[in-house]
Structures are given as structure tokens and as C-alpha cells.
Design a protein around this ligand. Structure first.
Ligand SMILES: *[C@@H]1O[C@H](CO)[C@@H](O)[C@H](O)[C@H]1NC(C)=O
Ligand SMILES: *[C@@H]1O[C@H](CO)[C@@H](O)[C@H](O)[C@H]1NC(C)=O
Ligand SMILES: *[C@@H]1O[C@H](CO)[C@@H](O)[C@H](O)[C@H]1NC(C)=O
Ligand SMILES: *[C@@H]1O[C@H](CO)[C@@H](O)[C@H](O)[C@H]1NC(C)=O
Length: 345
């Protein structure tokens, strides 16, 4: 055995990994199985869509099936998920971001699973004030409408643009544009509009831009229809200040994603049932799941823990296979998985 072989063999012994090729195709899946657990699971036919983490470590997840709601999930599993907010005037709750401390913005619309579309004129943004929320009673979240985004069709992903200015950016998966919203005044407008956000490929995937996140002054987004992960540098008003750049191309359907502390990304794929690690240079490794795996069945988004205790833990909400059953038949309740990423980076 050469030095490299011995190294491989040692890793094989340590990790009980049967195949351990080097480089960007590194398959860490076998290692990671012991570093992932279910934080909470909801009943069948619950589609968890997006996630934000409170400063106190509690997780907020939005639902688009069976209704438009926000739940709090305790990562330590000391209590069952708590219903925080329900939006009776809408059918689905999509994006969620924290603006001020414990003040969240969410978007709702009338997307349904049977139509897989949202009717124009059904989109709104809301504020959820969690500062008065009581864990013991499950009451006290204060919900106010920020604005009806009447020119939008299908708001999906959202990111904070400027906390102090109270501004957010929201992707429209049907129109293939990004809306800017001033949550103080309620004013909104389209600030980014590019072919890389649009539906251009004929076929069943009728979503363009989906996940949207800001890293420094670079806005990253996924495009489901084109299988793209893209970035563009932006100004403080949300407009582009440089060219769009394709970070990586996929033959799977991308959903939301999270950045680690060094700017690499964990991108979820639904209904391809994986979490993929994407380096800043754009090399892609599947680190969790596969098309026929229930591990992260219908992974929809990802967010890192914020407390000392769960540093490096990635929380992954799922829809349990509602967008496409695992192996064609299997559906389970949407869940939140906790994944220790220290084994990846
Ligand atoms: C959205 O759904 C709600 C609840 O069913 C309904 O009251 C409202 O009229 C719908 N709005 C649009 C624009 O479809
Ligand atoms: C997934 O499972 C289905 C049904 O059992 C099978 O036909 C298919 O080949 C499997 N795909 C993969 C990638 O394993
Ligand atoms: C599909 O996956 C489920 C869950 O892993 C499993 O119980 C079932 O046997 C699988 N069915 C087929 C046809 O592979
Ligand atoms: C969830 O749905 C699956 C597939 O439809 C079914 O096999 C399973 O029994 C359901 N589970 C519950 C708790 O109803």
C-alpha cells in the first residue's frame, strides 16, 4: 500500500465507508448517516416550505400544505411543534426571514398542490412579532399585514436586503423576477429581471426562480426550471451592479439553500430528495439522501443554528415527498432534520 492507500484505508476503517474517492466527488453520505436526526415530524400531507431561526435557537417553519401557517419547532425536542400563526385569507405561506430581533416577515399566496400554481393577485407580506410570544401558552405572536403585492404572481423565496432600512427581496417563481419590498412603507417594485430567473425549458417544472439569499453584496438564487444556481452583485436598492454568473448547473430540481460561514452552500433538491454541498467555486457534492431515499424526502430549505450549542447544525425542512413520492409510492409527514455539517467542511 502507498501512503494514499493507507490514508484511504484508515478513513475506510474510521468511517465504515465502502467507497471513498477523493476530490470533489467525495461521497460523504455513509459517514453522515450517524450525524443526522429527526427534530420534529408533522402528520402526512404537511409540506414544510421554509425556515428561519430565532435568536433563542427555536426554529420557525412555514407550511404550504395543508394550509398557510407558521410553526415553532424546538430543536431540543422538549415540546411538540407550536402553531404560531395561521393565515385564513391565504392558502400557502412561503418565505420567512428575520428583520429586527424576533420580528419576522413572511409571504403568503393561494398556491395549491393540485394546481402547482398561485393565482395572480393573491400575494401578501406579513409581519410576525415574536417578542411577545409565550412558549408555555403558544400564544402572543402579533401578526400584521405589511402589504398586498398585487402585481406578483407566485412569491416564493425571500431574503433580507437591509435590516435597518426594513427592506427584503422576494423571488417570483412564475414571473421570473425579484421584487423589492420596503416593509415600513409597504412600497414594492421589481428590481431584478433576467432570463436566468425565468421558465425557459419546456416540461413539467413550472417554477423559475425559487430560493433567494444574500451573501455580502451578492444575491444568490436557484432556478428550478433551468436547474441553475446563480449569483449577481447588487446595490443597496436591490438593483444589479454587475453581471449574473452561473455558479453551478444541476440536473435535479433545486429549492432553497443556506450558506455556511465560509460562503459555501447547502442546496436542497425537491423532489430529488437530497442536500447538495456547493463550494464557492461551484463544485457540487450530494451529502444527504438520493432520489429513492426517505432521509430528506422532499427537502425544501435549510438554515443553520444560531446558538453556541447548535453551531454548524443545519436544519432541513421537508414535505415528505408531496412533490413526487420517494420511489414513486412513498409519502411521509413533513419533518425537520438536524444535520451536523462538521463532517462535511
Ligand atoms: C385566496 O384564498 C382565500 C381563502 O380561500 C380567498 O378568500 C381569497 O379570495 C383568495 N384570493 C385570490 C386572489 O384568489
Ligand atoms: C428508485 O426506485 C424505483 C422503484 O423501485 C426504481 O425503478 C429506480 O430505478 C430507483 N432509482 C434509483 C436512482 O435508484
Ligand atoms: C419505497 O420506499 C419505502 C420507504 O423507504 C419502502 O418502504 C418501500 O418498500 C419502497 N418501495 C419500492 C417499490 O421500492
Ligand atoms: C402516510 O401516508 C403513507 C403513504 O400514503 C401511508 O402508507 C402511511 O400509513 C400514512 N401514515 C399515516 C400516519 O397516516
Amino acid at each position: 500500500m502507498g501512503a494514499l492507500d493507507i490514508f484511504c484505508y484508515t478513513l475506510w476503517i474510521l468511517g465504515s465507508v465502502t467507497a471513498f474517492p477523493f476530490g470533489d466527488t467525495l461521497n460523504r453520505q455513509a459517514v453522515l448517516k450517524t450525524n443526522i436526526q429527526t427534530t420534529a415530524q408533522f402528520p402526512n400531507n404537511t409540506w414544510l416550505e421554509n425556515i428561519a431561526v430565532r435568536a433563542n435557537g427555536q426554529l420557525l417553519v412555514t407550511t404550504i400544505v395543508p394550509d398557510a401557517a407558521v410553526y415553532q419547532v424546538d430543536p431540543t425536542q422538549s415540546h411538540e411543534p407550536l402553531l404560531v400563526a395561521k393565515f385564513p385569507s391565504a392558502l400557502a405561506c412561503f418565505g420567512i426571514v428575520e428583520l429586527g430581533l424576533d420580528e419576522f416577515i413572511v409571504t403568503t399566496n393561494n398556491w395549491t398542490l393540485s394546481t402547482a400554481a398561485s393565482p395572480p393577485g393573491s400575494n401578501s407580506a406579513w409581519k410576525i412579532d415574536m417578542t411577545t410570544f409565550s412558549e408555555s401558552s403558544g400564544q402572543g405572536a402579533v401578526i400584521t399585514k405589511v402589504a398586498d403585492i398585487s402585481t406578483a404572481t407566485y412569491l416564493n423565496g425571500m431574503t433580507v436586503l437591509d435590516k435597518t432600512a426594513g427592506t427584503v427581496l422576494m423571488g417570483d417563481a412564475t414571473l421570473g423576477v425579484i421584487f423589492y419590498l420596503d416593509t415600513y412603507s409597504g412600497e414594492y417594485e421589481v428590481v431584478l429581471d433576467d432570463v436566468l430567473m425565468k421558465i425557459t425549458v419546456p416540461g413539467p417544472v413550472k417554477l423559475g426562480i425559487n430560493g433567494v439569499r444574500l451573501l455580502g453584496d451578492e444575491l444568490y438564487f436557484t432556478n428550478n426550471n433551468q436547474g441553475l444556481f446563480v449569483k449577481v452583485p447588487i446595490e443597496k436598492d436591490g438593483t444589479a451592479k454587475g453581471p449574473y454568473e452561473i455558479v453551478a448547473r444541476f440536473d435535479t430540481i433545486l429549492d432553497d439553500f443556506a450558506f455556511d460561514t465560509t460562503g459555501n452552500s447547502y442546496v436542497t433538491t425537491d423532489p430529488d430528495n437530497t442536500v447538495d454541498f456547493v463550494t464557492q467555486k461551484g463544485s457540487v457534492t450530494t451529502v444527504l439522501g438520493n432520489k429513492n431515499s426517505t432521509l430528506v424526502a422532499g427537502a425544501t430549505s435549510a438554515a443553520f443554528g444560531r446558538t453556541f450549542e447548535d453551531e454548524g447544525i443545519l436544519y432541513i425542512p421537508t414535505n415528505g415527498g408531496l412533490a413526487g413520492p420517494v420511489n414513486g409510492t412513498f409519502i411521509e409527514g413533513g419533518k425537520v432534520m438536524a444535520f451536523d455539517t462538521s463532517v462535511v467542511a
